[in-house]
Design a binder for this molecule. Sequence first.
Ligand code: HEM
Length: 389
Amino acid sequence: MPLTDPLHPIAAVTHAAPYDYYRRLADGPPLRFDAVLGCWLATGAAGVRAVLEHPACRVRPPGQAVPPNLAGTPCGAFFAELVRMNDGERHAVPKQVLARALGQVDLARLQGRVAHLAGDRVPGSAGQLNAALFELPLYAMADLLGFAPAQWPALVAWTRDFVACLSPLSNGAQLAGAQVAADALLQGFSVLLREGTAIPGSLLDDVVSGARQAGWHASGAVLANLAGLLSQTCEATAGLLGNAIVALRAQPQLVPQRGAAPQPWPAMLREVSRHDPAIHNTRRYTAQDADLNGVLIPQGQLIVVVLASACHDASVYAEPGRFLLQRPGLALPGFGHGRHVCPGQSIAQAIAAACLQAWAGALAGMPLAWRYLPSLNARIPVFSPGEMT
Ligand code: HEM
């Protein structure tokens, strides 16, 4: 039976086959009001760029630095410091420090290290795969930051519990767990900092020395943004890795022969990030009236920025529905654009490449089915035992 279209872009995130719908959105006007959602939509490459480049389009609603349900809580204090959640001065310098430190990571070394970690943890079942999608990226980041392996499982649990506070779908118990986790994460990072156990040359060391040089002295903010590197890694990288595994199901010929060189993973992961991206949308709020591609959007409006529609915009990507390894190396809308563009793209792709290198052979023989974790913006498959495709 043919699938019905998603009702709106939020429903599209976890829909089994949303990309015809996204392509139609990309073909339509770049900015439009969606009566079902009661907010504006920015679609296609032009709409997404116009909003993400406009100075009046901010990451938080005017006068509301923290969501009301988190105000005055440990999660709220953490949230308020994150570069992702700030504009202006509280964004620019911290972003520069993080981007520079992340840009210095030795990607070949990272990939080698993660291939080793992933090789010791090849999933033997759908349940193990679901856990590993989250664990390996977070182990890789915890390792880069300078945490000892014995600390990694607790960091994974706290990060997964913390990110629940970022989703309006979370229930009271999840929000309560997120508060405990926010405290535990910040505590873990402050111990690592205080005891000076961070290995010189670790990512943590680079961020702290970069902050000092840039005159970013707010120690609470540095701490929150260090922990924020784990929360930013968590769901998005699990989504990239999971969607790559889904792509290998549809195209088993992409799994290389053992020892094949060069490895196909970088090109394959770029195309997964375009064809079936992990992050489908983000949000902006107008701080003033804004003229966006000739459409006047009043102050105080919510705009859902449909990144996934830009990934399937035929004016940018020829035959956007086809999975093609050879495409021009254009920027990938699924990693954002403009001042808030993701500084972790290369790291995420190196981690995912290493995991695929270690797991693709074993996964090729494993019967798997999947659906998607409930989410308003992230597409993360949850696997179960299934038929071979
Ligand atoms: C496949 C994996 C990833 C995807 C798809 C992804 C996607 C994104 C997107 C779309 C944004 C911009 C959000 C917006 O403008 O509203 C973003 C921001 C960010 N990402 Fe990533 N990300 C990934 C992995 C990572 C990793 C591994 C790190 C850390 C090493 C990271 C760190 C950040 C940070 C710090 C920001 C905030 C930047 C700012 O606000 O200026 N991300 N990411």
